[in-house]
Ligand binder design. Structure first.
Ligand code: FE
Length: 229
């Protein structure tokens, strides 16, 4: 038997993967980044084939990883996780700098960045695993890196359907005020936690949120939320 809940015990970080193609840039959130070897230093990342970033990495053979600070706002994760580079220029309005190879990395809310040139790619059905050799890397500041668990449990963030770890919505036991779920991204508004990133103190019921309040992850309006059953 396969109990997919067993997969939920695997721990991950949370990263923004960026690449370039011709004169354009794109980036996306990924939790599947890991170091493979140290001599030479290589890393791997798994990227959904449907995503524009996959197309960019295949074209330019170079990518960068921004290691997110645990204090990074949900809106940054949402911006790179729930919008498509086919519709918006995701780097526009974001504070970024360029690696030696000319790939953008996120300058704010990032502890370190890694740039790698692709040395091998593995077809993994829905995803491509890119293996890259490090060509540029630097620590930007000290801090605690964001983990996938912290993002989900403490920051209450959702996951796009194209993520390798995506699982259709899990049940959650309600206590006290009703929780509301964003139908676009799966973010759960928990009244006990509020939305401190956007000035909503803990203990604020969903009904009491201002009319112009939007999902802190994907930006959807209040009318996109449904009461959690
Ligand atoms: Fe949302």
């Amino acid at each position: 038997m396969v109990n997919t809940k067993a997969l939920h015990k695997i721990s991950y970080g949370l990263y923004i993967i960026t690449s370039k193609k011709d004169t354009g840039f794109n980036g996306q959130i990924a939790n599947t980044v890991f170091q493979i070897s140290s001599e030479p230093a290589t890393i791997a990342v798994s990227i959904n084939k449907k995503n524009l970033t996959n197309e960019f990495i295949r074209a330019s053979r170079i990518f960068a990883v921004s290691v997110l600070d645990r204090e990074a706002p949900l809106s940054l994760v949402g911006h790179f996780g729930f919008k498509s580079g086919r519709e918006v220029d995701k780097l526009a309005g974001v504070d970024y700098k360029l690696t030696q190879g000319g790939v953008p990395y996120i300058a704010e809310n990032t502890l370190s960045y890694l740039e790698a040139k692709v040395v091998q790619e593995i077809d993994a059905v829905t995803h491509t695993i890119f293996i890259g050799e490090l060509t540029d890397a630097e620590v930007i500041k000290e801090g605690v890196p964001m983990t996938y668990a912290y993002y989900q449990q403490v920051k209450k963030g959702g996951v796009p359907a194209t993520a390798p770890t995506y699982a259709p919505k899990q049940e959650q036991n309600a206590s006290g005020e009703d929780k509301y779920v964003c139908s676009v991204c799966g973010y759960v508004y928990d009244p006990a936690a509020g939305d401190p990133d956007n000035g909503i103190p803990p203990g604020t019921p969903f009904e009491a949120l201002p009319a112009d309040w939007t999902c802190p992850v994907c930006g959807a309006g209040k009318d996109s939320f449904e009461k959690e059953s």
